[in-house]
Design a protein around this ligand. Structure first.
Ligand code: COA
Ligand code: ZN
Length: 325
């Protein structure tokens, strides 16, 4: 059996730690530190970075410096710099701050949309069509992140038909070039991921599909693998595994960038990132946010980061060898 079954297939890792991650933190990470973090992620080879969110600073105080961060980062060629935008006001801020891609946000669940964005889905959709038109005028890419696509913490199951209908409307009516199916509170499970990914891929083979998982119930990495098997090649992840929507009850961290990168590299996928640089950046996070992160790679090291032999190893060996078998 070939254990390198990734066979060099390109998988794109998209960092959301500076948006989904920092929005969940109670401390305000200083602007210069945010800029340094984005720059280190760029240099580590992330394909796309969701740098920040142009949202109400009352709703998300941690990201109140969106413009300064966006304008302060280094633009590494080949990296796409994206930002989350909920409305026209946010789009205007993002456009003057020179984002490459607007990431529009709406929820597949009415209850979560109202809690998070204070609008009905119909109101969000109408506003986002305007945002998409603005983006087109500015020649910017439009991605739509559909929250609660695998279940809602308040409404429960969200039918795949409902999710696919919203995708159809965003692609057909708003002209979105990419869709992210978001598992906002870790409700997705691998066979469900496989099924929804296949249905999306069959319906829109040419639209950029991203999957966004939270590890709330320990299924994050399994869901990534299920998505890959079903044809997805773009995954959001957050450095250190931090993150979560403050307006989704029970939300916790995203799948951890260095854990996903470590696993996919072992399996032979081409992910284009420098794992060592990612781990170094992740190790700096606790000092910025004031607590440890869930990263198992920071805790345990990489698979082949070996430990020294016990100090009395030679004695143990001699003793063992002197015994009769
Ligand atoms: N950027 C900055 N400020 C904004 C803004 C934006 N994109 N949109 C609205 N505001 C400001 C308004 O000017 C107003 O400020 P004021 O109270 O000083 O006058 C305030 O925010 C409320 O504006 P309003 O239009 O009444 O919005 P709202 O209270 O209905 O909230 C959203 C709607 C979408 C702006 C707000 O809920 C939001 O930003 N949510 C984002 C949530 C989020 O990011 N969740 C996590 C990601 S999934
Ligand atoms: Zn998220």
């Amino acid at each position: 059996m070939n254990i390198w079954n990734g066979a060099g297939r390109r998988i794109y890792l998209q960092e959301v730690g500076t948006r989904d991650g920092l929005q969940a933190e109670s401390v305000f990470v200083p602007t210069t530190e945010k800029i340094a973090l984005v720059d280190s992620l760029s240099r580590a080879g992330m394909a796309k970075i969701e740098v920040t969110a142009f949202v109400s600073p009352k709703a998300i105080p941690a990201l109140g410096d969106a413009r300064e961060v966006m304008l302060g980062i280094e633009r590494v060629p080949g990296v796409i710099y994206s930002a989350l935008v909920p409305n026209v006001r946010g789009a205007e801020g993002a456009i003057v701050s020179r984002v490459d891609e607007l990431n529009l946000v709406m929820s597949a669940s009415e209850s979560h949309n109202l809690s998070n964005l204070r609008m009905t889905q119909a109101q969000s959709f109408a506003g986002l069509c305007e945002v998409a038109a603005l983006a087109r005028q500015a020649s910017l890419a439009v991605n739509v992140s559909l929250s609660c696509a695998f279940g809602c913490p308040m409404d429960g199951e969200v039918a795949q038909e409902t999710v696919l209908e919203w995708c159809a409307r965003f692609i057909g009516e708003a002209g979105a070039g990419g869709i992210t199916l978001c598992d906002t509170t870790g409700m997705a499970f691998p066979t469900q991921v496989n099924s929804l990914t296949r249905r999306f891929r069959d319906a829109w083979p040419d639209i950029e599909l991203s999957l966004h998982f939270h590890n709330t119930r320990g299924m994050g990495l399994s869901n990534v693998l299920a998505g890959i098997e079903a044809g997805a090649d773009r995954f959001d992840a957050s450095l250190g595994g931090i993150g979560g929507c403050p307006y989704a009850p029970g939300a916790s961290g995203n799948v951890c960038t260095e854990e996903v990168a470590h696993a996919l590299q072992l399996m032979g996928y081409d992910i284009g990132v420098d794992l060592e640089k990612l781990i170094a950046a992740s190790k700096r996070l606790p000092a910025l946010i004031g607590h440890d992160t869930p990263s198992q790679i920071v805790k345990a090291g990489r698979r082949l980061d070996l430990h020294p032999l016990p100090r009395d190893f030679e004695v143990i060996r001699e003793r063992a060898l002197s015994r009769e078998i």
